[in-house]
Every structure is written in structure tokens, then in C-alpha cells.
Design a protein around this ligand. Structure first.
Ligand code: SAM
Ligand code: SF4
Ligand code: SF4
Length: 386
């Protein structure tokens, strides 16, 4: 089965850039790494690949796709511009040969991409150079999860991360701005748990004055469930969300608030390059009570973690971005559709990664968190994925 265009999805486009020059590649170009470890200019290995499979979404979260911009006239990508499943899988295979071990599907809303299970099936058959399967995961707003969880699992998806910004129905309906109820996302989480798509993570973007009063109810709700709740600092991604530093609640404050009612202990990072700092619920002796579980905080604004950032991002139309805050990407689609050999594409990927020196959040911190940040016009989160 192959995918087909999906005319019923709300039509909408992210910011497009002119594209960066691809490295010179010859038909017999040699791979830059022989041992499977490819480091960038700051010594960071290529480990994670985030693939955006659509720039469309059925939500209009104000921090990501505000209605004022993403309206019915928004120029979403035409279907012919999207990478096909075969093109995505071909690139993913080459990335895996270059060291990628984890792939996250994202968007837009990835479950809106028709027949996404087919792509998941193709990606789940990939193996690392040492023969291991990939850590294959997906980030979703949860709206279609109750319907799709079993099929996603059967296709080979390992885990899901579900975004949920509060438990109060009125607050959540206002934040997604399409009047979508909390209960349906919770039903999606139940279905994902029942299907075995765990360990499940829940992402909550905290906006001061909008949903920070939901921090404790969310913590209480997900404690003891095996679900890891993660609080994300509201980031200055894209140019449409009207980001202001006053609306960022620093993770340190989130931790203080939870700790005052539900004592926490810091936990070690489980892997290098992990975006979240982990905290465990404490028992009466002040030790981590593993049955109660853990939470995470992603402090992209107040505590930059560029030092071990090992993530590459592939946009819906096949551009490779080396940073969430990049203003330009590399047009890999032109290579895929230009009869370029696997060897030559692989060599191009290697050279691009070896030259990478991006560290936007560190530079933003050095300029002052509310400086507006370094660099020029940034791409939208819905185009590149989170
Ligand atoms: N639609 C899916 C979802 O919402 O999970 C996947 C794409 S979404 C762009 C990926 C993640 O980015 C979500 O967890 C979302 O909350 C987060 N996100 C979007 N805009 C953000 C912002 N301005 N600051 C922090 N996180 C943001
Ligand atoms: Fe859609 Fe996810 Fe962005 Fe919300 S955060 S608008 S659900 S892509
Ligand atoms: Fe990675 Fe860029 Fe985020 Fe730094 S700002 S952690 S380099 S994506």
C-alpha cells in the first residue's frame, strides 16, 4: 500500500527559506566516517533524527500555530512537495548508517498524515550498523490516538509522547483554540497505555498566567501512573507566536511549586543529549520512590543544553535543519529527486553534520534570555517539528 493525498485535512505553510548550499558531492564520494560515529564541529555525535511528516494540524495552540496566522488562507505545502514515505525511509536509512539510533515522527500533527502506519512499518524495519532496531517514537496532540494506538503499535511504533497543557477543560480548550476536550486526549493516553506504547511521556508547555495553575493538578494526576510528565518552558520558536519572556515560567519555579506539595529528588540523566532534567518523587526517607514515578523539565530558555545536542531535523518537504532555531536548511529533496546515489547523499549528510556548530540557546543565554535571541527569521515549529 502507498500513501495518497488527503484532501479532507485542513489546508495551511510554514516559513520557507532559500536553502543552504549543499556540500560538493561526487558520485564516488567517500563516507566521512568509517566507524559509524560522526561528530559535528563541537564534538557532538549524530544520534537523533526528528522527522516532520506534515505541516498541518487540527489544533491551533497559540504558542505554535496561532489562528491569526494559520487561518484558511495559510499556504500549506502542496502534497507534491512532501517527501513520500519511500523518500523518508531512504533518507532515514542513510541517517541510520551515519549513527542515528532514535527517530521521532512529528509535525504539525503526525497522525493527520494519511497511512502513517505504512511509514512506521518501513522505518521499524531499519537496523543500526550493529543490527539493532531503532528507538522509534512519535509526538502527538493525542486527538486521534484513541482510534489509532493499536495500529501504530502493530506497525512497529515503540513509544508515544502526548502533548497536554492542562486538565481543566476550559483551559485546555482555550489553549488548543479549537475547543478540543481534555477527555478525548485522556482516552488517547489510555489507549496508548493499553496498546503498550510506553513508557509514555506527556509534554506540557507552561505559559505563565495561562496554564501555570495546572502544574500541580497535572503532577497529581500523572503521579503513580507510569507516565512521565514533562514541563516545557515556552520557547521563542518561529515568529508568529508573539513570544514574551514574561510568559516563560522557569523550570526552577515549576520544580519549587511541585516540591512544596510532592517532594522531589534529582535523578541522573538516562542518556547523553537528553533534553529533560529528571526529578523523582521522594519517599518518606527522601529516596526516589520508583513506584510513584518521575517528572522532567525542559529548560530550553533558562538553561541551554546545546552542549550535547545530538538532534537533526528533517522538515516535511525534505530540508535538513541542524537546530530548532535555524533559519535555513539543506534541501535534501533535490538530491533524492535528482538521481543522486545513496553513497553521495550519505557523504553529503556526513559533511553537513561535521560542519555543524549551531548553539542558539547558549547564544541567547549569553545575550540575555529576553534579548530576542541571535540570528535572523526563524522557521515555525509546525514546519520543522518539536
Ligand atoms: N502536534 C504534535 C504535538 O503537539 O505533540 C507534534 C508537533 S508539536 C510542534 C511538538 C511539541 O512542541 C509539542 O509538545 C508542543 O507542545 C511543543 N511546542 C510547540 N510550540 C512550542 C513553544 N513555543 N514552546 C515550547 N514548546 C512548544
Ligand atoms: Fe498542533 Fe502540536 Fe503545534 Fe499544537 S503544538 S498547534 S498540536 S503542531
Ligand atoms: Fe540543539 Fe539548537 Fe536547541 Fe541548542 S538551540 S539544544 S543546538 S536545537
Amino acid at each position: 500500500m502507498t500513501e495518497q493525498s488527503s484532501p479532507r485535512i485542513i489546508p495551511v505553510v510554514g516559513h520557507r527559506d532559500a536553502g543552504l548550499a549543499l556540500p560538493e558531492i561526487g558520485l564516488h564520494a567517500e563516507l566521512p566516517s568509517a566507524n559509524g560515529v560522526l561528530n559535528d564541529a563541537r564534538g557532538r555525535p549524530l544520534h537523533d533524527l526528528r522527522i516532520s511528516v506534515t505541516d498541518r494540524c487540527n489544533f491551533r495552540c497559540s504558542y505554535c500555530m496561532p489562528k491569526a496566522t494559520f487561518d484558511k488562507d495559510y499556504p500549506y505545502l502542496p502534497h507534491a512537495s512532501l517527501l513520500s514515505f519511500e523518500e523518508i525511509t531512504r533518507l532515514a536509512r542513510l541517517f541510520v548508517q551515519q549513527g542515528v539510533q532514535k527517530i521521532r515522527l512529528t509535525g504539525g500533527e503526525p497522525l493527520l498524515r494519511k497511512n502513517i502506519e505504512v511509514l512506521i512499518g518501513q522505518l521499524s524495519s531499519l537496523r543500526t550498523p550493529t543490527g539493532l532496531p531503532l528507538d522509534l517514537t512519535l509526538t502527538t496532540n493525542g486527538s486521534l490516538l484513541a482510534r489509532k494506538a493499536c495500529d501504530l503499535k502493530a506497525a512497529g511504533l515503540k513509544r508515544v509522547t502526548v502533548s497536554l497543557d492542562g486538565l481543566d477543560d476550559a483551559v485546555f480548550r482555550a489553549m488548543n483554540d479549537v475547543d478540543f476536550p481534555v477527555a478525548d486526549v485522556l482516552a488517547g493516553l489510555d489507549a496508548a497505555q493499553a496498546a503498550g506504547l510506553g513508557p509514555i511521556k506527556v509534554n506540557m508547555v507552561v505559559k505563565r498566567g495561562t496554564n501555570d495553575h495546572e502544574i500541580l493538578p497535572m503532577a497529581r494526576h500523572f503521579k503513580n501512573t507510569g507516565i512521565v510528565l514533562r514541563f516545557i518552558e515556552y520557547m521563542d520558536v518561529g515568529v508568529t507566536n508573539g513570544w514574551r519572556m514574561q510568559e516563560v515560567m522557569p523550570s526552577a519555579e515549576v520544580i519549587d511549586r511541585i516540591h512544596s506539595e510532592l517532594p522531589l529528588v534529582p535523578l541522573e540523566a538516562s542518556s547523553t543529549g537528553e533534553t529533560a532534567q529528571r526529578w523523582g518523587y521522594a519517599d518518606a526517607r527522601g529516596q526516589h520512590d520508583t513506584a510513584s514515578g518521575e517528572i522532567g523539565v525542559i529548560s530550553s530558555v533558562t538553561q541551554a543544553f546545546c552542549g550535547d545536542c545530538n538532534r537533526a531535523r528533517l522538515s516535511t518537504e525534505g530540508r535538513l535543519y541542524l537546530c530548532l532555531f535555524a533559519s535555513q536548511g539543506y534541501d535534501l529533496k533535490s538530491l533524492l529527486r535528482g538521481a543522486t546515489s545513496d553513497e553521495a547523499i550519505s557523504a553529503a549528510l556526513g559533511r553537513i553534520w561535521q560542519r555543524r556548530s549551531d548553539r542558539y540557546s547558549e547564544l541567547r543565554s549569553s545575550l540575555g534570555a529576553d534579548s530576542g535571541g541571535p540570528g535572523g527569521r526563524r522557521i515555525e515549529m509546525s514546519y520543522i517539528g518539536g
